[in-house]
Design a binder for this molecule. Structure first.
Ligand code: NAD
Ligand code: WQD
Length: 338
């Protein structure tokens, strides 16, 4: 059993990863400033696992709080660093918030911890507009399409440089594609504050009656049905990838001290296919209309997951249908729709 710190552990992906770590016998400590989450998530985690992980609330940009925390936590075996701001549009309006939080928080963490095994939340956004699909880890990093995307590119660089300077430090960066869905129990899931920017929470909130209709952003793209294509991955599959990645570092099985993996399913679905799947598996009809394109959208992207399978032995097990079933179960749970 290892002792793992999960920063941002009450957020969407963090909370599911906390559950997966605990289910695999690890001791978990959570740090979160609750800027995009709530203490209810801690309750949800303990309903599922039967245990409440140790929790500390502070902002990772706060130098004295971070120093104090890591002084007291000498025996951490590893860190999974999720804590960051993630709204692409907000990052365009307020780039300094994103550079401060996503990079300031990361640097502060690195400067104060003595833990030598770190998993970093990166994103397929680092690839920009892909030249070749499916996209592999060796594809070129294109100029970032938003300040948020830039923080993920620079975050990877900071970690790569730091592993070169510190021969005891080992890092795995996981480049997530589009995480969706919820834990099967529906005790935890994705709960965006305000109007959802991402497709699946917008769909579930529309089905729940909180939004009048979904707008499909663009229907004249050069794809089979004219809508954009993404690689939607079930959040519990993604959570398990973190457990495997951190265990790889703990077992010293990593071949390089900075490693990168795509975490997706390897296949793409269009927006209309997601809607069709959601309606079919849940037996609900979703009001939607075809609308104009959203600025900055990539037409098509999905992962080549060969490296994750060959090296980590990980692959996504759950389907788009499974993920959309769990997403609707979670939304109904939150809204008391039975
Ligand atoms: P989230 O907002 O649900 O979770 C992030 C958590 O971190 C929140 O609970 C928030 O309160 C906390 N946090 C933020 N800044 C903090 C700080 N300075 N100090 C302490 N806590 C802080 O987001 P998520 O969807 O779970 O994403 C987790 C990570 O994965 C992020 O780094 C994100 O950029 C990355 N990522 C997300 C997606 C996605 O589509 N959700 C895709 C690729 C990568
Ligand atoms: C998916 C598809 C939309 C909402 C974003 C970030 C990316 C990564 C994942 C963190 C697109 C369409 C959406 C709606 C729609 N996050 N859509 N109507 O854009 O792939 O990626 O989240 O790293 O960085 O940019 O995800 O869920 O916003 O959109 O038609 O109301 O759904 O146009 O084709 P995206 P998304």
């Amino acid at each position: 059993m290892a002792k793992i710190l999960v920063t941002g552990g009450l957020g969407y992906i963090g909370s599911h990863t906390v559950v997966a770590l605990m289910a695999n016998g690890h001791q978990v400590c959570v740090v979160d400033d609750l800027s995009n989450s709530s203490l209810n998530v801690l309750e949800g985690i303990s309903k599922i696992t039967g245990k409440k992980p140790e929790f500390h609330q502070f902002d990772l940009r706060d130098i004295s709080a971070t120093r104090k925390y890591f002084k007291a936590q000498q025996s951490l075996d590893g860190i999974i660093h999720f804590a960051a701001s993630k709204a692409v549009g907000e990052s365009v309006d307020n780039p300094l918030l994103y550079y401060h939080n996503n990079l300031g928080g990361l640097v502060n963490l690195l400067m104060h911890t003595s833990a030598k095994n770190i998993i970093f939340s990166s994103s397929c956004t680092v690839y920009g507009i892909p030249d070749v699909l499916p996209i592999t880890e060796s594809a070129p990093i294109k100029p970032a399409m938003s300040p948020y995307g830039n923080t993920k590119q620079i975050g990877e660089e900071i970690l790569r440089d730091t592993t070169q300077a510190d021969s005891n430090l080992n890092v795995i960066a996981l480049r997530y594609f589009n995480p969706i869905g919820a834990h099967e129990s529906a005790w935890i899931g994705e709960l965006p504050i305000g109007v959802p920017q991402n497709l699946v929470p917008f769909i579930t909130q529309t089905a729940a009656g909180l939004r009048s209709e979904l707008q499909v952003f663009g229907h004249d793209y050069p794809t089979a049905d004219g809508t954009c294509i993404r690689d939607y991955i079930h959040v519990m599959d993604l959570a398990l990838a973190h457990v495997i990645a951190v265990e790889r570092l703990l077992n010293q099985s990593n071949l390089e001290r900075f490693e990168l993996f795509n975490v997706g399913t390897g296949s793409g679905s269009s927006v209309l296919e997601v809607i069709e799947s959601f309606e079919r598996v849940n037996g609900v009809s979703l009001p939607y209309k075809l609308a104009s394109r959203r600025e900055g959208d990539v037409v098509e992207i999905y992962a080549d997951t060969t490296k994750a399978f060959d090296v980590l032995g990980w692959k996504a097990e759950q389907s788009l249908d499974d993920a959309l079933k769990s997403a609707w179960l979670w939304e109904r749970h939150v809204r008391n729709i039975f």
